[in-house]
Design a protein around this ligand. Structure first.
Ligand code: SAM
Length: 277
């Protein structure tokens, strides 16, 4: 009998991935966690029935979370990552030699534990000496740290369960205060096809707090609709105006991000542009 993983986006639309083998299913303190091996995408981590990452397409999301913002900051020495317990964003951040320290705050220790065991290609950076892993709530961490980080990245689940506060205006205000005077942050904000209200709301909140805001997109085939949105808030540096270190970026090992993608990803389809006008 064929086994399929189904993620429902609406009552009438979802995505299906054919499963070869189930490796883990566990109800953690925070969410339902599963790791399955699939025919098309290799191993796949899901939380509360939603795809978090897969071996085949993880590079697009993790590169696009890390590189547009790190390439735009002249000296990103101290980086905070909220969520992202699989370690994919950590791995990408460590490709930037100016990064001296990464603080990684993930609420669910089980995500870290199982990612290290079953997704080592993704979790590889978690044991790097530059990385401090804190098992805790990113919302609390932001509010307990002021004027500390050059860059903050929010790699959260969709706004359900422990991730709900990570989409509130108060959280973005906290990020502003946790950043140094020329700090920048990025957050994943789901997809423009089915979550337009969320993208609109987050963009409105960020515009009220940060002088510079930019939205960009990337293609992630296992996320609903495939088109994923990322929101930047910046105190000083504009990712579209900065001079990129083209030599370094061309040499960096990536499969999706490039200096050309850096410019192109901010060009939005008209229906997405409408959401942030
Ligand atoms: N790339 C993924 C996506 O868009 O589907 C997100 C992946 S990552 C695994 C999301 C992580 O955020 C989860 O491991 C979850 O436990 C963590 N998380 C949720 N709420 C959190 C909070 N308040 N503080 C820290 N981490 C949180």
């Amino acid at each position: 009998m064929e086994l399929w993983f189904n993620e429902k986006q609406t009552e009438a639309f979802g995505i299906s991935v054919r499963v070869k083998e189930t490796l883990v299913t566990e109800k953690t303190e925070y969410q339902d966690l599963a790791i399955v091996d699939t025919y098309e995408f290799g191993r796949m981590l899901t939380l509360d029935g939603m795809v978090m990452t897969t071996i085949k397409d993880e590079f697009t999301y993790h590169e696009m979370m890390a590189h547009p913002i790190l390439a735009s900051h002249p000296n990103p020495r101290h980086v905070l990552i909220v969520g992202g317990g699989d370690g994919g964003v950590v791995r990408e951040v460590l490709k930037h030699p100016k990064v001296e320290k990464v603080v990684h705050v993930e609420i669910d220790s089980k995500v870290i534990e199982y990612s290290k065991k079953y997704l080592p290609e993704i979790a590889v950076g978690l044991s790097d000496p530059r990385v401090e892993v804190i098992v805790g709530d990113g919302f609390m961490h932001i509010h307990e740290n002021k004027n500390k980080y050059d860059v903050v990245m929010v790699d959260s689940t969709e706004p359900i369960g422990p991730a709900v506060p990570l989409f509130e205006r108060g959280f973005f205000q906290g990020i502003y205060e946790a950043l140094k005077e020329d700090g920048m942050f990025v957050a994943q904000t789901d997809n423009p096809w089915f979550k337009s209200d969320l993208i609109r709301k987050v963009n409105r909140d960020i515009k009220e707090i940060f002088p510079i805001t930019r939205l960009y997109t990337a293609n992630v085939p296992t996320y609903p609709s495939g088109l994923w949105a990322f929101q930047i808030g910046s105190k000083k540096h504009d990712p579209l105006a900065v001079e990129l270190d083209i030599d370094f970026l061309n040499k960096m090992e990536t499969k999706y991000y490039s200096p050309a993608i850096h410019k192109a990803c901010f060009v939005l389809p008209k229906f997405v542009e409408e959401l942030v006008k």
